[in-house]
Design a protein around this ligand. Structure first.
Ligand code: ATP
Length: 444
């Protein structure tokens, strides 16, 4: 059933133009996906809401847009060159390659294959390390290559610009630096649609604080980020949970870490990680770059290396969670209705406008006039390319919360029929009331 839901979601995303396979006409590329017209809209909404919440509305957070390709030494300092690797093991029975940390452990050295359920003995099938960094030759000549690295997280650009931001903004800590951007990992275990991609997008904040306050801010950020998903994005609370990492699971530098997990069609998995990273990053970049990245604390009159709390979210996983949460199937008079019950402010279109009969020019003209009048205020769509039932079905599948139909009576009574996506209830309202009707119901 769960597998079934995943297949249905992938198919809906394809069919309606949310997500396509990357380089599809050439056979595709494993774990690379493209966002179609509706996917691009939804993705932008996710990023806009995040940016607006943290950068536009808060005085203690500023934004940044640093480059994707970075100097090799950045990743020497961050530990990625040495340690950013997955331990992978091949199942001797079905040959499926899996990450050892994601396998079910039966006993010491014995794990269960997630695919065929056979036992994997890691003394016989030794795990191998695969580094996840992608590098690119930046030299003009092939014979003298020099390499830049595609960042595996947006965070490192924040650390390398820490002093630049402080010097130019004159801000004091606690201070957050927020960034949205692409990140790249040469993931070896692939599949699961846009959950695990080689090229993906992150929304990260590095929130710099005095060491003594780090634990308090860590807890504040865990609840802040959990509430963001329920209140701003509209995910169902019972599909979200917090999972605190056990001490032996933490990265060596992390003081504590909590994952926000979502109940994806294939089970509970990480949507976002919130970590107290101590002062590891700034200390290491100071050490390797030989630049002083300390902060002068006015109160104690001392130089300190701030601690950092990092809420690190994935745009693509948020996208996936939104579609998964919204996907509903209903039986309507013996027929299957597929509907995306998106929070109205998240829907790619707030409303769609149709003429009931497309061979009546007066209806087409009135419907188009309504569309032109409304489209600058709300994302709206005009469609006359099918029978009304088909048009409704199309809008249900892309989550448009309201459909407006112009019929013959509209010409005389200046009213239209407005249909609610979820209840399918229809009511007639005055043409002049459409904007206020939509405004009230699509508020964030
Ligand atoms: P996982 O254990 O699932 O590989 P991670 O712990 O390596 O994830 P982080 O390094 O904490 O992930 O990255 C922060 C966030 O970035 C994740 O919570 C996720 O939303 C997103 N992310 C990480 N890797 C990928 C990927 N390969 N594809 C899509 N999103 C990703």
């Amino acid at each position: 059933m769960a597998e079934d839901k995943l297949t249905k979601i992938v198919s809906l995303c394809r069919r309606r133009g949310f997500v396509f396979g990357g380089s599809e006409i050439y056979g595709g590329l494993s774990s690379i996906w493209d966002y179609g017209p509706l996917g691009a809209k939804l993705k932008k909404k996710i990023k806009d809401i995040w940016w607006d919440t943290y950068v536009n509305k808060r005085e203690d957070i500023v934004g940044l847009d640093s480059s994707i390709i970075m100097h090799e030494d950045v990743f020497r300092a961050s530990g990625h060159l040495e340690g950013f690797a997955d331990s992978l093991v091949d199942c001797p029975t079905c040959k499926k390659r899996a990450r050892i940390d994601k396998l079910e452990k039966i006993q010491d050295n014995l794990y269960q294959c997630p695919e065929c359920k056979a036992k994997i003995d890691t003394l016989k099938n030794k795990p191998r390390k695969f580094n996840l960094m992608l590098k690119t030759n930046m030299s003009a000549t092939e014979d003298k290559p020099y390499y830049g690295y595609l960042r595996p997280e947006t965070a490192q650009g924040i650390f390398t610009n820490f002093s630049n931001v402080l010097d130019t903004t004159h801000k004091k800590i606690p201070l957050g630096i927020a960034q949205i951007g692409k990140a790249f990992r040469n993931e070896v275990t692939t599949g699961s649609f846009i959950f695990r991609m080689k090229e993906f997008e992150q929304m990260e904040i590095e929130y710099f604080v005095k060491p003594a306050t780090a634990d308090e801010f860590y807890h504040i950020w865990v609840s802040e980020r959990f509430n963001f998903y329920t209140e701003k994005i509209g995910l169902r609370k019972d599909n979200l949970r917090l999972r605190e990492h056990a001490k032996d699971e933490l990265a060596h530098y992390a003081k504590s870490c909590t994952d926000i997990e979502y109940n994806f069609p294939f089970g509970w998995s990480e949507l976002e990680g919130i970590a107290n990273r101590g002062n590891f990053d700034l200390s290491e970049h100071s050490r390797v770059s030989k630049k002083d990245l300390s902060y002068f604390d006015d109160e104690s009159k001392e130089k300190i290396i701030p601690f950092v709390i990092e809420p690190s979210a994935g745009v693509d996983r948020t996208f996936f969670a939104i579609i998964s949460d919204a996907y509903h199937e209903e039986d309507v008079k013996g027929k299957l209705r597929v509907v995306l019950k998106l929070k109205p402010n998240m829907a790619p279109y707030a409303l769609a406008i149709f003429p009931l009969l497309k061979n009546r020019p007066e209806l087409v003209e009135l419907a188009k006039n309504i569309f032109y009048d409304i489209k600058d205020k709300f994302p709206a769509l005009y469609d006359d390319s099918g029978a009304i039932g088909k048009l409704y079905r199309r809008q249900d599948e892309i989550g448009t919360p309201f459909c407006v139909t112009v019929d013959v009576e509209s010409l005389t009574d200046h009213k239209v029929t407005i249909r609610d996506r979820d209840s399918m209830q229809q009511e007639r309202i005055d043409v002049t009331k459409i904007k206020s009707f939509i405004e009230e119901r699509t508020k964030a």
